[in-house]
Design a protein around this ligand. Structure first.
Ligand SMILES: *[C@@H]1O[C@H](CO)[C@@H](O)[C@H](O)[C@H]1NC(C)=O
Ligand SMILES: *[C@@H]1O[C@H](CO)[C@@H](O)[C@H](O)[C@H]1NC(C)=O
Ligand SMILES: *[C@@H]1O[C@H](CO)[C@@H](O)[C@H](O)[C@H]1NC(C)=O
Length: 289
């Protein structure tokens, strides 16, 4: 999942290009890439990798997890109801290390260096579900006959995208299970580091979804892009003040700026207000010394 500066740049161009395309034809459903080819081999292979090398203590039947996943997706073809992947999630034990939850929003670059230095952090990508489905796309088809490998809708086009539903559920579990101290990394070099504004404002929320759709559909391998705003939309609401000792927020800016948000400026203040009103203990530090 490494990306050179050049590919990062072309990613930005791609995003911009797609944003323009999306803006030009907002109603016309656009052909998007379909289900990732070889998805079964990828998911089952990653599952074996996880239970063999990453977390050898875990006793799981990878083929069975795949079957439960496949059943939920294939059964639903209309995108009218939210998939909850209930059976798959309940087949996976939710074990969680204490004091390790790391949540983040738009700090992808930093996330990697941070977890590389502080190996004890535990992110969504370290969970089995995050590991298995990272960067993949999938959807069923109308006639109920398996995955649609030709095209899947974007997140913005349908009310309940099967990929979105899975990440939403995974993020929610991740936050619900967090206990002890948790760390939130926020990017102080962009406005709205804590992406609060998506609540209660239909237009903004659609714009948000459109952006996410572009990111997930076009940059299939960039998992962090695909879920970056889950922190505001799902995870904060799922944190349990009784299980969480401290929410330690770290604001991180790019070395060369811009310096837009900090602990007492910008959307982070909203986050702190919410945390306070729900009875969380919290700390906030600007740029790690
Ligand atoms: C999806 O929902 C819409 C509006 O609720 C309804 O009109 C439509 O018939 C539904 N489609 C399917 C395939 O269930
Ligand atoms: C903050 O976000 C910008 C724009 O998405 C990105 O280029 C930058 O690398 C991020 N900074 C950190 C510290 O992650
Ligand atoms: C949890 O966070 C608080 C506040 O930052 C800190 O004082 C405490 O030492 C932390 N505890 C652990 C176990 O890291």
């Amino acid at each position: 999942m490494s990306s050179s500066p050049t590919s990062g740049y072309s990613v930005m161009i791609n995003v911009t290009a797609w944003l323009i395309v999306c803006l030009l034809c907002p109603v016309q459903p656009r052909a998007q890439p379909g289900t990732t080819s070889n998805i079964k081999h990828i998911v089952v292979g990653r599952c074996y990798d996880y239970i063999t090398l990453v977390n050898p203590g875990l006793r799981l039947d990878c083929e069975d997890i795949w079957r439960l996943f496949e059943e939920s997706v294939v059964r639903q073809s209309s995108f009218n109801t939210s998939l909850d992947y209930h059976q798959m999630f309940s087949a996976i034990p939710q074990t969680w290390p204490r004091d390790m939850g790391l949540f983040w929003s738009k700090t992808r670059t930093l996330m990697h260096s941070y977890t590389a230095v502080e190996r004890h952090f535990w992110t969504l990508e370290d969970t089995l579900v995050g590991y298995m489905f990272n960067g993949l796309v999938w959807c069923g088809q109308e006639d109920d006959s398996g995955f649609n490998f030709r095209s899947c809708p974007t997140w913005a086009e349908v009310k309940h995208h099967p990929v979105y539903s899975l990440w939403r559920r995974a993020s929610q579990n991740f936050a619900e299970m967090a206990h002890g101290n948790i760390t939130v990394l926020l990017n102080g070099s962009i406005g709205n580091a804590f992406n609060m504004k998506r609540h209660g404002n239909k237009l903004r929320s659609d714009v948000f979804l459109a952006k996410v759709c572009i990111k997930i559909c076009i940059h299939l391998s960039l998992f962090f892009y695909s879920t970056h705003s889950m922190f505001a939309s799902v995870e904060v609401d799922s944190l349990d003040p009784c299980r969480v000792d401290y929410v330690n927020i770290k604001m991180v800016t790019n070395l060369d700026g811009p310096f837009i948000e900090s602990c007492n400026q910008g959307s982070v203040v909203d986050l702190i207000r919410i945390l306070r009103s729900r009875g969380f203990h919290w700390t906030c530090t600007d740029n790690d010394e």
